[in-house]
Design a binder for this molecule. Structure first.
Ligand code: NAD
Length: 286
């Protein structure tokens, strides 16, 4: 049976280090790293994510402020809030929780966040820097996956990594980090138009599922001994289920991340790390 990669435990270790580094930074500068989160509307999952992020900030000694806007907020009102947070020197990181309500243009809003405060790493300037291998902020979920692999001593160099999913938030940056010098994996990206995903997935030494379909990856899509990273978070009958058929995968894989308790907690730890990093940069620029 596969060994279980415990995201809660790894994330706790990362957060402990962040707490120490934050305390040192506050002692040295008198500045408390500050994350401003923006939540538009009342999507239940988004509310939970934002609350977890706030709580994690608090526990690690970072300040967080939540800006709640009603679902009927206009593009201009949201853009104005972003401008206000951009200009506020006490704010180091800005996070706009996705998805935004349908009538809002998320790309335009994310582009408006100044790159130095873009702790989600979604601004095109930060995406470009990442893809050139000189990152400012790495996107939290793929960065969290890389941290887990590193923590578990899972080698990526020369191995075949298959990423299922090509979103700008998970799939694409995940592939970019795995192929980067230093990680040195050979990467294949699969998506909704890929033919014979099973055959490709079966070649993976490291299989990352970021599809958003419950139990999309079946046991027979996994090479015996592969490492399986399940990014998916799907709500099925009031339970959280990943993108991988977990019990079947446990019989085939050498290691696997559970849902919940796998990638999710790592995402939050990396957000805190980015916020501290943002505060350090802004303090040194003064
Ligand atoms: P998305 O919907 O933006 O992208 C899904 C991707 O899967 C697309 O690129 C699409 O091409 C691909 N896909 C869809 N159907 C497919 C099919 N039948 N065959 C092959 N590929 C297919 O989703 P996302 O934002 O990338 O998120 C993916 C999953 O990860 C979701 O379940 C989401 O909730 C979860 N997620 C988890 C975290 C975390 O912290 N653990 C963070 C972000 C997203």
């Amino acid at each position: 049976p596969a060994s279980i990669i415990d995201g809660r435990k790894i994330s706790a270790a990362v957060r402990e280090q962040i707490s120490k580094d934050t305390a040192d930074f506050v002692a040295a500068t008198g500045v408390t790293p500050h994350l401003a989160a923006v939540l538009v509307g009342d999507d239940p999952a988004s509310q939970v994510y934002v609350r977890n992020k706030e709580r994690a900030c608090e526990k690690c000694g970072l300040k967080s402020t939540l800006h709640r806007l009603p679902s009927e907020t206009t593009q201009q009102q949201l853009a104005e809030l972003v401008q206000q947070l951009n200009a506020d020197e006490s704010v180091h990181g800005i996070l706009v929780q996705l998805p935004l309500p349908e009538h809002l243009d998320a790309t335009q809003i994310l582009d408006a966040i100044i790159p130095a405060k873009d702790v989600d790493g979604f601004h095109p300037e930060n995406v470009g820097l990442m893809s050139q291998g000189r990152p400012r902020f790495l996107p939290c979920t793929p960065h969290g996956v890389m941290k887990m692999l590193e923590h578990e001593g899972i080698k990526t160099s020369g191995r075949h990594a298959v990423v299922i999913g090509r979103s700008d938030i998970v799939g694409k940056p995940m592939a970019a980090l795995l192929v980067q010098k230093g990680a040195d994996a050979t990467v294949t990206i699969c998506h909704s138009r890929t033919s014979d995903i099973s055959a490709i997935a079966r070649q993976a030494d490291i299989l990352v599922a970021a599809v958003g379909i419950p139990e999309f990856v079946k046991g027979d899509m996994i090479k015996p001994g592969a490492v399986v990273i399940d990014v998916g978070i799907n709500r099925v009958d009031d339970k959280l289920v990943g993108d991988v058929d977990y019990s079947a995968a446990c019989e085939v894989a050498s290691a696997i991340t559970p849902v919940p308790g796998g990638v999710g907690p790592m995402t939050i730890a990396m957000l805190l790390q980015n916020t501290l990093h943002a505060a350090k940069h802004q303090a040194s620029a003064l």
